[in-house]
Design a protein around this ligand. Structure first.
Ligand SMILES: Cc1cc2nc3c(=O)[nH]c(=O)nc-3n(C[C@H](O)[C@H](O)[C@H](O)COP(=O)(O)OP(=O)(O)OC[C@H]3O[C@@H](n4cnc5c(N)ncnc54)[C@H](O)[C@@H]3O)c2cc1C
Length: 247
C-alpha cells in the first residue's frame, strides 16, 4: 500500500545477498517497497558473485549468530520451494585449522553452545577421508559439520528479487544511489536521474557501504575457502564446502 506523500514506505539500496532477501521479506509482508541497484539482480560485480558459497549453522564468528543462521536456513528452504530453483546443495562442510584458531575454535564453540552435531578429525583422518586435502600440518584439525552445505548466491538473488516483484515490490536497476539524506519523517534517496522519498531505507550496499554511509568502515580476514561443485573435481560429495585457516 502506498503511503501518502511518499514514493514508498521503504527502499532497499543494494540488491546483493542481503538486500535481495530484505526486499523479498518486506514485500511478502505487504510493505510498499522499492529495491534499487546500479546493476541487474545476480550480477558479477558485487560480493555475492558466482555460483557457490559455504553455508554453516555453526557461526564461527560468534555463537549468538547461530539462531540467525538457523532462521536463514529455513528461509533459504522457503525461497527454494517458492521459486522452484535449486539454491542449495547439502554437501556438509569441512573447516581446517589449529584447534584454538578462529575458524575451527570458533566453530567448536558455536557447536558446543547450541548442541550442533560436528565431528573432529585429526590431520591423518582428514587426509584419509578427504584425499584432496594433502599436507595438512600435524597440529591442525578438521571439523566436519554434516548440516553445512553450499548455497548458490547469484541464483538466490534472482529468485528473491523475482518473488519480491511478484509480491508487489518495485525494482529499479541501472540506478546508482549517490546520496541518502534524512528528511522530516523519512529519507531522500538520490540517483543521477532523480530522487525518491521513502519512510525508511535499508542500506545493503556491501563493500560500497562506506561510500554511502561514511561512518561504517570495513575489515578483512585472511582465510582460504573452496566450495567446489563442479563434476570434474568429484562434486559436492568428494569436495564438500570447506574453509582452511592457516592461523
Ligand atoms: C570470493 C568470495 C567468497 C566468499 N565465500 C563465502 C562463503 O563461502 N560463505 C559465506 O557465508 N560468505 C562468503 N563470502 C562473503 C559473502 O559472499 C558476502 O559477504 C555477501 O555475498 C555480501 O553480500 P552483500 O549483499 O552485503 O553485498 P553485495 O553482494 O556486494 O551487494 C551489494 C549490492 O549493492 C549494490 N550497490 C552498491 N552501491 C550502490 C549504489 N551506490 N547504488 C546502487 N546500488 C549499489 C551493488 O551493485 C550490489 O548489488 C565470500 C565473498 C567472496 C567475495
Amino acid at each position: 500500500m502506498s503511503v501518502r506523500g511518499w514514493d514508498a514506505e521503504a527502499a532497499v539500496i543494494g540488491l546483493g545477498a542481503w538486500g535481495s532477501a530484505a526486499l523479498w521479506q518486506l514485500a511478502v509482508r505487504g510493505v510498499d517497497v522499492i529495491g534499487v541497484d546500479r546493476y541487474p539482480p545476480g550480477h558479477a560485480w558485487g560480493g555475492s558473485h558466482g555460483g557457490s558459497r559455504m553455508f554453516r549453522i555453526t557461526c564461527l564468528e560468534h555463537p549468538d549468530l547461530v539462531p540467525l543462521a538457523r532462521r536463514s536456513a529455513r528461509l533459504w528452504g522457503e525461497l527454494e520451494r517458492a521459486s522452484g530453483a535449486e539454491l542449495s546443495v547439502p554437501s556438509g562442510g569441512l573447516l581446517i585449522g589449529p584447534p584454538d584458531g578462529p575458524v575451527t575454535g570458533g566453530t567448536l564453540r558455536a557447536a558446543a553452545a547450541h548442541g550442533i552435531e560436528v565431528r573432529t578429525l585429526s590431520a591423518a583422518e582428514l587426509e584419509e577421508r578427504f584425499p584432496g586435502h594433502t599436507a595438512v600440518p600435524k597440529g591442525h584439525i578438521g571439523v566436519w559439520e554434516p548440516g553445512a552445505g553450499i548455497v548458490r548466491p547469484e541464483a538466490t538473488i534472482r529468485a528473491a528479487v523475482d518473488l519480491a516483484r511478484a509480491a508487489g515490490a518495485r525494482v529499479l536497476t541501472g540506478s546508482r544511489v549517490t546520496g541518502l539524506c534524512p528528511v522530516a519523517g523519512g529519507v531522500e534517496v538520490t540517483t543521477p536521474t532523480g530522487s525518491l522519498r521513502v519512510r525508511r531505507a535499508v542500506v545493503a550496499a556491501g563493500a560500497w557501504l562506506p561510500t554511502l554511509v561514511p561512518a561504517v568502515r570495513g575489515c578483512r580476514r585472511g582465510w582460504a575457502g573452496s566450495n567446489c561443485i563442479c563434476p570434474r573435481s568429484g562434486g559436492a560429495r568428494r569436495r564438500p564446502a570447506g574453509c582452511w585457516s592457516r592461523g
